[in-house]
Design a protein around this ligand. Structure first.
Ligand code: AP5
Length: 222
């Protein structure tokens, strides 16, 4: 089953993708996490992506598409994947559809999470991320047991460079301009599900699983 979680920055794609991965036993692929790893390791791709990410702009299609498709078509994701952050432009969506079709696959469902901008800005500016294992926390809604330290590995928590209020606003505008148009494509394809991204994390997971129920019943019956 190939799933896409789509929605604005801070809506909870990463949080929910990790929970779907556990429940459905499908790997989670975050292009944001992959790109940040390239940046921190100083690879050529990371060097090319860093300035775009710092500004809150999208990384050019050709760089992201090659990186993402390499993972999506690789052995760990051969039986399906929860996509988080890819595709984000019409060109990326087209490349994904073509690549999946060439392997007899297609997006089973596209789950669109949404929430008001004021909620998104609060989630983004309050997020703190573990510099060691990448776990995500929030100053108000997901506090670590020891302030400033990761519960899982004890590393220091840091604010992502693109989570300042100014860059977060840029990212929201970029999402509206470049990614939101993809919703029409997936609505037309009959795979789009609208899911409310407000409220308790567990409640949102239940809404996502409810939206997926017809697909999971169908695939186990085959
Ligand atoms: P990426 O890392 O994908 O960032 P994003 O899409 O902006 O999404 P976020 O990771 O900020 O938010 P999220 O929706 O995952 O929310 P989360 O679960 O963390 O991309 C970063 C950059 O990389 C892009 O700007 C771009 O430059 C580049 N890039 C990546 N993919 C690309 C592509 N395909 N093409 C081109 N460029 C690309 O939650 C946020 C916070 O809220 C956390 O603190 C969490 O604990 C909290 N929270 C979550 N759910 C709830 C809840 N229900 N209630 C209260 N708090 C909650």
């Amino acid at each position: 089953m190939d799933l896409l979680l789509i929605g604005p920055p801070g809506v909870g794609k990463g949080t929910q993708a990790a929970r779907l991965r556990q429940t459905l036993d499908i790997p989670h692929l975050s292009t944001g996490d992959l790109l940040r790893r390239h940046v921190s390791e100083g690879t050529r791709l990371g060097a090319a992506a860093a300035a775009h990410m710092r500004r809150g702009d999208l990384v050019p299609d050709e760089l992201v598409t090659e990186m993402a498709l390499g993972q999506i078509l690789g052995p760990p994701c051969a039986a399906g994947v929860v996509l988080d952050g890819f595709p984000r432009t019409p060109a990326q969506a087209e490349a994904l559809d073509v690549a999946l079709a060439a392997h007899g696959r297609r997006l089973t469902a596209v789950l669109h999470l949404n929430a008001p901008d004021r909620t998104l800005l609060r989630r983004l500016t309050g997020r703190r991320t573990c510099g060691g294992c990448g776990d995500s926390y929030h100053l108000d809604t997901r506090k670590p047991r020891t302030p400033g330290r990761c519960d899982s590995c004890g590393h220091r928590l840091v604010q992502r460079a693109d989570d300042t209020a100014e860059t977060a606003r840029t990212r929201l505008a970029v999402h509206t301009r470049q990614t939101q148009p993809l919703l029409a494509r997936y609505r037309l394809a009959g795979v789009l599900h609208e899911v409310d991204g407000c409220g308790d994390v567990g409640d949102i997971t239940r809404r996502l699983l409810a939206a997926l129920a017809p697909h999971t019943v169908h695939s186990s019956a085959c």
